[in-house]
Design a protein. Sequence first.
Length: 187
Amino acid sequence: MDTQKVMVGEYLGTIEEFMPGEGTYSEDGKIYSAVIGYKDVDPSKHVAAVHGMKLPSLKIGQMVFGEVAGFRTNMVTVIAGKILGQKGVIDEKTTIYVSNIADSYVDKPEDYFGIGDIVKVKIIKMDANLIDVSTKGNELGVVKAYCKNCRHAMVISKKQPDKLQCPSCNRIEKRKMASDYGNVSEY
């Protein structure tokens, strides 16, 4: 094992020379470090690896915090950032389809979320390049929202407890709120 410390994204070799090993990933025929650790390139076994911090791995049933990144007609894109109850940061693109937003009918996903909102979701399906998540149920949904008008952090409205109010511009907005809205200490 080499004693050279490498950072995430550092080039280790090509897939013509080595097989990607533990703590690495390949992209466009090149092998890069996926974790911070020590480089382990073994020419005799033709393997490039990095030994160090392990990345948290996602599993069906886990609760994950993420940031709303975009909308389409029938889905919301969320960039998962942290697994609830675990250390470490992840960066995975996940999808909430309209059928998995709420227990009732959802016409437009943008009525339930805003860009940049922090959401607590549950992983319900994993395929090769697709991770489906859900906000169905009281414990899942937006835990921190930002005003669509002025981008100020929203608080629960005193007059309408099922909606959020901007303390800066007084705008009232609807969200699919988690029962513990405002509790982002885990994130």
